[in-house]
Write a protein that binds this ligand. Structure first.
Ligand code: ADP
Ligand code: MG
Length: 634
């Protein structure tokens, strides 16, 4: 006997222990889902076998009919779920049932709060169905053999859901997996044929292979098929209940919660296929992990071909779950072929269209629901504006942004709504980009807009910087950063005497000519130019980028991403109506002082934008000196 056929006791990955505890305690009110999860896994295993057998018929051994058997034994207090699917090798058992091989797992567990109601929802979207067995069982035994391996390479895995499990190799004539639950006393109610059948019908009716139970009653012989055993998506839409769609989603999406919405379409014509696509209610914790699985599954004539067929849906819709079943693809299609296949291209384009239509009607008909969607997936959808130039316009209509005209960050507006409330004479859609909502909201660049009552969109996702380089206009209106170029707000009337203000400023500007020169001299390494501003009403100064220059925020993001960028110097705009500037005018003969104050102006403008000072202690020293002088102590 080789070393690894022996019985071994192994410890669970630390997170699994935590997960098990949480599952047992928090999913207690909905214990019956354990069966749904085990059947879901059995069905996946059958799908995988059928797919692998396309290349190697021998994998079917002498049992080509795939099915799932559910049995119970009242005396022994066991329930078992058996499938003749793909099974697992010893290595697979250890890795699939002993670890969670998903990146971000540790971070996910750190985010748990200890609030069980909330955490259990998170657990749900984490999709670790197998462990739900421990909600009802105090011992779980898995006996399995991978299809194609010799019968001597069966595996038994046993755990009590504490810290550890055992694995051993054993003789196993049948391929596939049997999961046997030794039920807790409190879960004895499930040892009942009627109960089990009704749970199967409730949650697993959509499973496309038969789920059978031993026949019960007087002359009980043979077995009954408990579910409908037809692929859900092949049934006419009108015959499918919402609950059925929802349960199907939980299976394909590996989610515990119902989806937000879905779209089911049978496409006829040149390419024929059926798609059933769901939008989850909540973003999975690994949404940002590009390696993660569970996207849209591809079926060919009802035979499962692959998970997460990324060619079927663009990356910016990677949150979509569901299936595509095509009649027009060969069964032996590979991922490589998918990449240059006309049929796939046409399916992808059709699916994209359907999802965008679905989102659009949700946005139109149920803005609140759409806001929920946006808060979960908006950042991903924004990638589409950058990646999918063909649908840029449609995607732009789906965007939502925080705005100066809304009270809170949560109330977000569409570009269409913005356009409708533009001021007379306003020539662009204005936005400000910043690291976060507060910085954006309090940006000095907004002062003149506030005064004139012009709405400004507050863009705070890092992707917004790319978004705005690709989305330069919307519906005939240019999008313009409030921190770039020269502003042209002359067409918009302001409540006060703006015109005379402006003229007065112009006149006064002459008086400041020399001062501007001195400031520019003092900051010549940091700024391109110093000029008077039309943007500010309260702050003394702000930084502005040239019309075609990269904004400071984007420069910062690129630098953080390790990119080598040539820095573009900003323009410093100063507000000559500010008392500080008047004071500087009085003191302009004192070059050293003007130099210090010019640096203070620059540094505080940078801070207001959320920027980082190159020499913070220099800033503090100059500020202190200024305080002392201003208070007359110096
Ligand atoms: P998920 O189904 O979301 O992957 P689970 O916790 O339900 O997560 O299952 C974990 C893994 O264990 C599965 O991905 C699969 O590899 C393996 N597994 C579970 N049940 C079976 C089964 N009946 N047959 C083969 N493999 C299984
Ligand atoms: Mg599962």
């Amino acid at each position: 006997m080789s070393a690894d056929t022996k019985k071994e006791t192994m410890g669970f990955q630390a997170e699994i222990q935590q997960l098990l505890d949480l599952m047992i305690h928090s999913l207690y009110s909905n214990r019956e889902i354990f069966l749904r999860e085990l059947i879901s896994n059995a069905s996946d295993a059958a799908d995988k076998l059928r797919f692998e057998a396309l290349g190697d018929q021998k994998l079917f051994e002498d049992e080509p009919e795939l099915k799932i058997q559910v049995e119970y034994n009242k005396d022994q207090k066991t329930i078992s779920v058996y499938d003749n699917g793909i099974g697992m090798s010893r290595e697979e058992v250890v890795s699939h049932l002993g670890t969670i091989a998903k990146s971000g797992t540790r971070e996910f567990f750190k985010s748990l709060t200890g609030d069980q109601a909330r955490d259990s929802r998170l657990i749900g979207q984490f999709g670790v169905g197998f462990y739900s067995a421990f909600i009802v069982a105090d011992r779980v035994e898995v006996v399995t053999r991978r299809a194609g391996l010799p019968r001597g390479e069966g595996v038994r895995w046993i755990s009590e859901g504490k810290n550890e499990y055992t694995v051993e190799t054993l003789d196993r004539p049948k391929r596939g997996t049997r999961v046997t639950l030794h039920m807790r006393d409190e879960a004895a109610e499930f040892l009942d044929g009627y109960r089990l059948r009704s749970i199967i019908r409730k949650y697993s009716d959509h499973i496309s292979i038969p789920i059978v139970m031993p026949a019960e009653g007087k002359d009980s012989k043979g077995e009954d098929v408990v579910n409908s055993a037809t692929a859900l998506w092949t049934r006419p839409k009108k015959d499918i209940k919402d609950e059925e769609y929802q349960e199907f989603y939980k299976h394909v999406g590996h989610d515990f919660e119902p989806p937000l919405t879905w779209t089911h379409n049978k496409v006829e014509g040149k390419t024929e296929y059926t798609s059933l696509l769901f939008i989850p209610a909540r973003a999975p914790f690994d949404l940002w992990d590009r390696e993660r699985r569970h996207g849209v599954k591809l079926y060919v004539r009802k035979v499962f071909i692959m998970d997460d067929a990324e060619q079927l849906i663009p990356a910016y819709l990677r949150f979509v779950r569901g299936i595509v079943d095509s009649d027009d693809l060969p069964l032996n299609i590979s991922r490589e072929i998918l990449q240059h296949n006309k049929t796939i291209e046409s399916i992808r384009s059709g699916c994209t269209r359907k999802v965008l239509d679905l989102l659009k009607s949700m946005a139109d008909e149920d803005p609140e629901k759409y806001a929920g969607f946006w808060s979960q997936f908006g950042r991903v959808l924004k990638e589409g504006v950058v990646e999918d130039s063909e649908r840029k316009e449609d995607l732009a209509r789906l965007l939502r942004f925080a705005s100066t005209h809304e009270e809170t960050e949560k109330q977000q507006v569409s570009l269409t709504a913005y356009k409708e409330r533009m001021k007379e004479g306003q020539k662009a859609i204005y936005y400000v980009t910043a690291e976060n909502y507060k910085t954006a909201r309090h940006s000095p660049h907004l002062e003149i807009f506030r005064k004139k009552g012009i709405e400004v969109l507050l863009l705070t996702d890092s992707i917004d910087e790319w978004l705005t380089t690709h989305l330069t206009e919307f519906d005939g209106q240019p999008l313009q950063s409030v921190a770039k170029g020269e502003l042209d707000l002359d067409g918009v009337k302001s409540p006060e005497n703006e015109e005379t203000d402006k003229q007065a400023r112009k006149k006064a500007g002459k008086e400041y000519k020399d001062l501007l020169k001195s400031i520019e001299g003092a900051l010549k390494d940091k700024v391109k130019e110093v000029r008077t501003t039309d943007r500010l009403t309260e702050s003394p100064a702000c930084l502005v980028a040239g019309d075609h220059d990269m904004g400071r925020h984007l420069q910062q993001i690129l630098k953080a991403a390790g990119q080598n960028i040539t820095e573009v110097k900003p323009v410093l705009e100063i507000n000559i109506e500010h008392p500080l500037l008047r004071r500087m005018l009085d003191e302009q003969k004192d070059e050293a002082r003007i130099g210090d104050w010019a640096n203070i102006l620059f540094d505080s403008a940078l801070l207001c934008e959320g920027g980082q000072l190159e020499d913070p202690s220099g800033f503090v020293r100059r500020m202190n000196a200024m305080f002392i002088e201003m208070s007359g102590a110096g």
